[in-house]
Design a protein around this ligand. Structure first.
Ligand code: AMP
Length: 130
């Protein structure tokens, strides 16, 4: 069965898209740890990040860098934290999280609630800098 992220890539589930090319897709996390929290995924369904083949993984990291730079410009933060968890969705993804301090990377933190309009504006702001 397709993962929820494959459904997002296919447009069967809506997302706030940040980037798309032949191999990758990036979108805002729907339950963000901070404004601008973005997920970068391969289109190919691979559960575990470190099972992705070397060339694709290199591309994915370089793409994550490019998106992180755009997030830094669009969202006020000290830097963009990078996290890989993958316990909830079995489709590899890199979390890019704008943070002020290391406490902002705590998975137990209360998530930020945003309206559709706020999500849309954040996505537009990030995309402008890509
Ligand atoms: P994990 O697999 O533990 O790295 O977490 C999966 C992440 O995917 C969580 O931060 C969720 O908020 C996020 N997520 C789950 N479903 C969606 C969705 N439909 N759109 C955007 N983000 C999602």
């Amino acid at each position: 069965m397709a993962t929820i992220f494959t459904k997002i890539v296919k447009g069967e589930i809506p997302s706030y898209k940040i980037f798309e090319d032949e191999h990758f897709y990036a979108f805002l996390d729907i339950n963000p740890m901070a404004k601008g929290h973005t997920l970068v995924i391969p289109k190919k369904e691979v559960d575990y990040l470190f099972d992705i083949d070397d060339e694709m993984l290199k591309e994915m990291i370089v793409l994550s860098k490019k998106i992180a730079k755009a997030i830094e410009k669009a969202i006020e933060c000290n830097r963009v934290g990078v996290m890989v968890v993958g316990l909830e969705v079995p489709h590899a993804h890199i979390h890019l999280i704008p943070i002020q301090s290391e406490g902002d990377m705590n998975l137990s933190n209360k998530r930020v609630e945003l309206s559709k309009e706020e999500f849309g504006k954040i996505a537009n702001d990030i995309v402008r800098y890509l």
